[in-house]
Design a binder for this molecule. Sequence first.
Ligand code: URA
Length: 202
Amino acid sequence: MAVMQIPGHDHQGPREVSLEEIRAVLGDCHLCPLGETRTELVFGVGNPHARVMFIGEAPGRNEDKQGEPFVGAAGQKLNGLLSLAGLEREDIYIANVLKCRPPSNRNPKVEEIQTCSPFLREQIRSIWPDIIVCLGNFATQFVLHTEQGVTKLRGSFYEVGHFTVMPTFHPAATIYHSDWLPLLEADMRMLGQWLAEHPTKG
Ligand code: URA
């Protein structure tokens, strides 16, 4: 399996900041205009000490209503895929690049990502996972500091400082691109194999 080294942004190491503290700093966030149009801020959910952290793009309609990531159609797909890696929702942590839903599910804007992503970076440092799975282009480009698309990057692992990173397709994208589903499934099996072969980094 190919592994590429990418300069990391984790040089400060893990922090003793809890997810609750990060959530408290966000409060009723209005740092960008999405604060005006959202219903619920979607912080993230799951095991605060997860070995595997999944990062999506932004909340959709159902997530915006319920305040939890990946509870809609994309979430149903993700739940099915997790088993291919030997994982359950309880094992992982999931968050998005953006904490608030862009109206009509439009793409995140550069300035929204710049404003919101420091909170994701703090979540990553709090959880300090062994491996980060990036679902789709926005998560991949943020974590790998690249402008390349996931189609080119998937199928390999990347080392970003402490973290191993696995970019793959967004589960929602496979609804329109059914030919991507077997590739996403293969990536999830590759993740399961990586977990079995790599003891906890700690
Ligand atoms: N798509 C995402 O990227 N994140 C969610 O939480 C839901 C759908």
